[in-house]
Design a protein around this ligand. Structure first.
Ligand code: CA
Length: 225
């Protein structure tokens, strides 16, 4: 479910949008102030931002410009005035679309769908697709497949597998794998690597009767092309 941030200081409009968007099934967060909105846009992992131009604190144009320095999240600007310079400024700073208030909610919903679809498609074409034989990894969606089966991996299993596939044909020591895949609290305890290699082998090698992950005795592990 997409998470949408509304940055709008007019409480009535913000509430109205929140209700409509929730009704459509979106998760919604609201900010009534420019700086706080900017912070949320960057830190709350949102899928789309609806951004009013006239805001206290930092105006919408400036918020848009600063979001773009950090993130490519789709932004739909709202402007109260039918002012061409505002629209141009908004689009210049990297907004994806704009709507003039008052707007028909159906039209805004349609534009949200378009922006979200575009974002999903961009992700697909830009995604880093890694493949070794019948094993495929899509790092954008953090999923792994063997032939057409999606593997059910935990977060760490996935990260270990992705790191090994990215570094295919290189023998990776337990320490290297620990440093790249685990948090510092595991530092020094390399057994955790062996345990997770075993999980991956159960889910890939054993399940599909293949030999993808090799042990290099005394050194570590390798995935070969
Ligand atoms: Ca406003």
């Amino acid at each position: 479910m997409a998470k949408i941030l509304i940055i709008e200081d007019e409480v009535k409009i913000a509430r109205f949008l929140e209700l409509e968007l929730k009704h459509e099934g979106y998760e919604v967060i609201i900010s009534g102030e420019g700086r706080e909105g900017l912070f949320k846009a960057i830190n709350e992992n949102v899928d789309l931002v609806i951004l009013d131009i006239m805001l206290p604190g930092l105006n919408g144009i400036e918020v848009c410009r600063r979001i773009r320095m950090e993130s490519q999240v789709p932004i739909i600007m709202l402007t109260a005035k039918d002012d061409v310079t505002d629209k141009v400024a908004g689009l210049d700073t990297g907004a994806d679309d704009y709507m003039t208030k008052p707007f028909a909610i159906e039209e805004l919903l349609a534009r949200i769908r378009v922006a979200l679809n575009r974002k999903a498609n961009q992700k697909d074409t830009k995604s880093d697709k890694l493949q070794i034989g019948d094993l495929r990894i899509n790092s954008a969606s953090r999923s792994a497949y063997y032939k057409d089966d999606e593997l059910t991996l935990t977060k760490k299993e996935y990260e270990l597998l992705e790191y090994m596939v990215r570094n295919k044909n290189i023998v990776l020591s337990r320490e290297q794998l620990l440093n790249h895949v685990w948090d510092y609290e595991y530092f020094g305890d390399t057994n955790v690597v062996d345990v997770y290699i075993r999980y991956l082998r159960q889910k890939i090698d054993e399940k599909y009767g293949v030999h993808i992950i090799s042990t290099v005795r005394g050194v570590g592990y390798i995935i070969k092309d």
